[in-house]
Structure formats: C-alpha cells, structure tokens
Design a protein around this ligand. Structure first.
Ligand code: BEZ
Ligand code: FE
Length: 303
C-alpha cells in the first residue's frame, strides 16, 4: 500500500501541529487548553535551545530523581517548583493583592506567599496566648498578635490562624528527630474582635534542603540555599479564600535573595525587641486581610 498520502513530519517544526491534532479531542476543555499550551512552549523551548540527546536524558533523570527523593521528610518535586519561582508565580497570580488593579487599590488585601514543603494538616488546636514552642525548644521568646479582617476592613471573629515555622536552629519539626511532634505548629481561633495571639520563639533563617537533586541544581547555578527567617500562616474562614502567606523578619540578610522568591515588601514584619522583667523578648504585630471566595485547603506536601 502506498503511504504517499499520509502526512508524516519531515522537519522539527512540523511535529507540533501533529501533536496538537492528536490531543484535540480531549473532552475536558481546560485539560485540552493546558496541554496544548504546555506542548507548544516545550517544543519552542527545545527548538530555541537546540536540546541535545544527552541534555534530554539528563532532564529525564532529574525528573525521575526528584520523584524518587520525595518521601516522608521532604517533597523534592515542590522544592524544584519553588526554586524555579513557579510556586511563587502561582501564589502571586492567584491573589488579588498582587495585581495593580482597582480592586486591590480600593480594598486592603494581604499578599500571599508560597506554601513550601513543610505545612502539615491538623496542627494542635490552641487557646489564645498558648506557646507553640514545645518541649525544651530554646530561643528568644516571641509574641505574635494581630487581627483578621474581611475585604471591607470588618474584623472576622472565629477565623482560623494556622501557624508553623522552623526552630531557632533552622529545622522544621518533621525534619528533625530532636523536636517534639508538632513542635512550632498550632491553630488559633480569632476572638470576637477578630484578634489572634500566640507565643513562640523567634525563628531563624535556614537553608532549603540541599541533599537531593535540587541541591545539585543550586550548586550548578552558584545559588545560595538560605531563606530569610519567617513565620508561615494559613488563615481561613468559610466564605473566604484561604490565605497562605509568610511574614519575614526585617533586617534579615537574605530578604532580597530568597532562593524561592517568596518575599514581597508588605510581608516583611516589624519584629520589635524589648526588655521585659530583665528578659529580652521579641514582638510582632501582623494583620491579615482576606478576600471573598471558596475555603479550599491544599493537600499537605508531606504527610
Ligand atoms: C519553607 O518556607 O518552608 C520552604 C519553602 C520552599 C522550600 C523549602 C522550604
Ligand atoms: Fe519555611
């Protein structure tokens, strides 16, 4: 049988339309759109940079390696997205505060920041004023308080403020066998005035995990791994979009070189230090402003 009537690719550029055509019957319209765009960008990238067979093999190996390095203590796939700025881009794109539009100017809306790999669901439910530094966690005492508002500036009672952070040695409890389960994690309900208040210890900056393939990538790019010190927050209440954000420590050397691009100016908190009864203590006041939306929670990056 003659094959002269069949269209087969003859040049690198003629492959893309065939692939798009092959995927064109995808019933899910959004999947069809996403895959067509992704494939188009991938083909353009390969043509532009003239990817070699060895480079392609290396890229496949990196993807296999980040999957295999993901486990109960780290999520190397999320880390790879973080280091490429992709997680921050998705967070910023999906938060109205980062858009220079009328909506953002008329209403106070908190900036979002990437979730990171270390959030755990079901942190202990705490009472206002409880200390989340459990066991013998050493460090400068820190008090944190603020108010959760809706988009009109009305305080939101009964909102949930979920906080987690690294210890003063720069490790999350689920990376560090020396810490108690759920150390430096807690969920606090706002009171009738929308206020929350908790005690902890001042967090330290820390390096993102560098013992896996993402560490190799950072070294190949001569990039440092050190995140500026921060507290993570996930603030939620029904009828509002869940706010996932971080509050960074002012004065940290790495505020302008965060390896995962999470820092924006409004997220730099003012950590005041005072002497109280002869003891040095830090204090942070930080308010949150939520927007209307569905209360949808992420899946925990590690169990
Ligand atoms: C974090 O803030 O917990 C984090 C974010 C990205 C990579 C590693 C850690
Ligand atoms: Fe963190």
């Amino acid at each position: 049988m003659s094959t002269s009537h069949i269209t087969l690719p003859t040049t690198p550029e003629s492959l893309l339309p065939l692939v798009i055509q092959a995927m064109s019957r995808t019933p899910d319209a959004r999947l069809r759109e996403l895959m067509a765009s992704l494939t188009t960008h991938l083909h353009a990238f390969i043509l532009e940079t003239q990817v070699t067979e060895e480079e392609f093999e290396c890229a496949v190996k990196f993807i296999i390696d980040i999957g295999q390095a993901t486990g109960p203590k780290t999520n190397e796939v999320i880390l790879a997205a973080d280091l490429l700025g992709v997680s921050s881009l998705v967070a910023v794109l999906n938060n109205p505060a980062h858009h220079n539009n009328q909506h953002a100017q008329e209403e106070a809306v908190s900036h979002a920041a990437l979730l990171g790999p270390f959030w755990r669901a079901n942190a202990p439910i705490c009472q206002a004023g409880d200390n989340i530094a459990r066991g013998n966690t050493q460090g400068l005492p820190l008090e944190v308080c603020g108010v959760v508002y809706d988009k009109h500036g009305k305080p939101l009672p009964d909102a949930m403020v979920d906080v987690w952070h690294a210890s003063p040695v720069g490790l999350y409890e689920n990376q560090d066998d020396a810490q108690e389960n759920m150390n430096l994690r807690g969920r606090f309900k706002t009171d009738a005035q929308g206020a929350y208040f908790f005690k902890t210890v001042r967090p330290a900056g820390y390096p993102v995990p560098t013992n896996g393939p993402c560490g190799d990538l950072l070294r190949a790019q001569l990039r440092h791994p050190n995140r500026p010190a921060h507290l993570h927050f996930m603030v939620s209440t029904p009828g509002h979009k869940v706010l996932i954000t971080q509050v960074f420590a002012d004065g940290d050397d790495n505020l302008t070189s965060d390896p995962v691009f999470g820092v924006t100016a409004p997220l730099v908190g003012q950590y005041e230090e005072r002497m109280i009864n002869g003891q040095r203590q830090a204090h942070l006041t930080h308010d949150f402003h939520l927007v209307d939306g569905e209360m949808t929670f992420p899946h925990p990056p590690i169990p």
